[in-house]
Design a protein around this ligand. Sequence first.
Ligand code: C2E
Ligand code: MG
Ligand code: MG
Ligand code: MG
Length: 279
Amino acid sequence: RAKDLGGGEHFQYEPSLHKSAEERRQLEFSLRMALDRQEFELAYQPVVDANDETIISFEALLRWNSAEHGFVSPAKFIPLAEDTRLIVPIGSWVLEQACIEAANWPDPVKVNVNVSPEQLVEPDFVATVVRALSTSGLPANRLELEVTESIFVRDALVAGKALKEVMHLGCQVALDDFGTGYSSLGYLRQLSFSTIKVDRMFVQGAAQGSKESLAIIRAVVAMADSLDMTTTAEGVESFEEAELIRELGCTKIQGYYFGRPMVKAEARKLFDVPGRLRA
Ligand code: C2E
Ligand code: MG
Ligand code: MG
Ligand code: MG
């Protein structure tokens, strides 16, 4: 690989750079029309109680089936939507749709909605949340927003103020992908997060015997307990990983082992299964 060849080889990257710049331009062109063309859909992935496996919430995950590009991964189009600020109107749509769907679910079940920093610094972000709640009739305490540590990097004050306002409405805020970004334990004291989501990287690491991953999960669980926050382990794919996470004391589990992201009709069907619902 060119990367392994050391210095002086950087010109080798140029053709692929051009290709990806052009690809990006085309993707952006399509993304601008995607909302109007109704190419978005939300998938819902269950989050279960680590001890009794009842459903506590579903995380809404955006899916884009583009006329020109087919299914595009969120890992690809979310960063593009953030760079172009298209995430603002797209994110409002996500909030409204997720709340409308969640209003159909049995009462204690929550919906988790991912929110980008670009949305939080919009002056009307709080109004957007209020509108989604009133349009859907979903009680505020059944909406949990998910943010990442990146909100603390730029415009931390503005983002923090917006989050405090939605918390005041009764919504909860989870800290997503904990440990992957610009982690600082100090961030945890700045806002009263309801949940810390432990990234799949650590779940996988711990299951493979990594002492560092184990230590990090233990530390996060201990910290969350002392700060009155809960923990969700992300990306649990097997019985063994679920067992380990339970032993480590995480409160909630999310991952393919308990359920993949699914279309809303399929998510609703889970409520028909006796015992899957939290009492
Ligand atoms: P995230 O919020 O950390 O969401 C969890 C991701 O892990 C999802 O990927 C989910 O499908 C995947 N996942 C869940 N369980 C497992 C598992 O057991 N194994 C593995 N390998 N993966 C698992 P997805 O849907 O591709 O989304 C990727 C990221 O895109 C999300 O990460 C989130 O940061 C972002 N995203 C998705 N929807 C939205 C949205 O509506 N708004 C914003 N701002 N970002 C979104
Ligand atoms: Mg998330
Ligand atoms: Mg996550
Ligand atoms: Mg993650």
